[in-house]
Design a protein around this ligand. Sequence first.
Ligand SMILES: Cc1cc2nc3c(=O)[nH]c(=O)nc-3n(C[C@H](O)[C@H](O)[C@H](O)COP(=O)(O)OP(=O)(O)OC[C@H]3O[C@@H](n4cnc5c(N)ncnc54)[C@H](O)[C@@H]3O)c2cc1C
Length: 382
Amino acid sequence: MTSTLRLDLSAQSAQTADFPASVSINDSIDLSRHNTMALACVADTVVTLTTEAQLDTFMAKYADSAKQKKPLFVLSGGSNVLLPAQLQAVVLQPKMRGINLVTKTDSYVDIEVMAGENWHDLVVYTVNQGWYGLENLALIPGLTGAAPVQNIGAYGVQLEDCLQYVRAYHLPTKTWHHLTAADCQFGYRDSIFKRAPNTWLISCVGFRLHTNAKKILASYGDVQTVAERYAEQHGRKQAIPDDVMQAIIDIRQQKLPDPKQLANCGSFFQNPIIPQDQFTTLQATYPAIVGYPMPDAMIKVAAGWLIEQAGLKGHGIAPILTHQQQALVLTNHTPYQATQEDVANAQQHIVNVVYEKFAIQLSREPVWVNSDGSIGHHEYVV
Ligand SMILES: Cc1cc2nc3c(=O)[nH]c(=O)nc-3n(C[C@H](O)[C@H](O)[C@H](O)COP(=O)(O)OP(=O)(O)OC[C@H]3O[C@@H](n4cnc5c(N)ncnc54)[C@H](O)[C@@H]3O)c2cc1C
């Protein structure tokens, strides 16, 4: 699956004369096909970067250019953003490609992957090479450079489990940095990049992947059963990471709508974390409530369950409705026309209804982009 709705810039406006031809700079670009929620969006300027040197060149000249007063915003696959109708910013698109094998030993490989590599294609490539660790993160849309931003995670694995370092450009000081995994300050769907928006452009990610085909993580949900079925089909007694990857692709395809068929940006709400006492009280009224124990006597509650129990599965405020099979996913039924405001209305409605029923406030997962390119909150009130 390719998650990225690729934007053909060739037919757009001519390049700005001040910059080298290799840096593609285009004005008034329609980004509605460049975000998986398919929200209407026109950006003032889009700069496509295919090498790190182009970023140096652009930033050196940018300081003297007329565009310098506009904020910078980094956009990759657009699968975790809610874009405004008018994006009055300079959008930087990291499209650098390449996967380099840095070290190979009997038990592991170190690889460096450029930001513009499609994430799912990378997962498939590494598993096919016999390099393991990313298989549980199969079929997550987007590009590799965006993966550290929210420390992508699925089926018991987070990016930080394999990430060694990140090469990133610090936009305010125009300097390159090598950030170790510890420097990235990863948390659950969180990192230094997420906490300091409009500050970093990640150009390259270093991973250490293992080569032990017996080491798998398949304890989550149905993964073990489906992986074993694949193993059996291939005459294997035991599931290997290739089987786990196939199982996860299968399960995700059944559960999640493909953004190419139905516009969406994945899980729209984070699973709220509430005190054990509150969970116990809710459990008395709703014995089937789904919760997972967390440190410090807290419980992570399944947001999808809350939305479904609040009677909102398949509902919302048109054209933004929760998905029929997965209430946690908001879908856009008028692609390329619906706006960020439509999303805000549906979001507010869902937050209100869930709060009224459970006294739990849901928080949004995807990144809200303001029209000046800053990352906003669009606070909802309950
Ligand atoms: C169907 C579906 C399923 C999903 N499933 C999962 C899942 O299981 N787990 C999960 O964690 N996520 C999931 N997501 C969310 C999303 O795919 C990930 O967050 C992904 O990493 C976003 O990548 P992107 O290239 O689309 O980033 P974008 O949406 O383009 O950008 C996301 C944010 O990262 C910043 N950014 C992007 N690239 C860079 C860069 N190179 N340097 C610095 N900042 C950058 C942007 O400014 C923005 O703030 C899902 C989304 C969809 C649509």
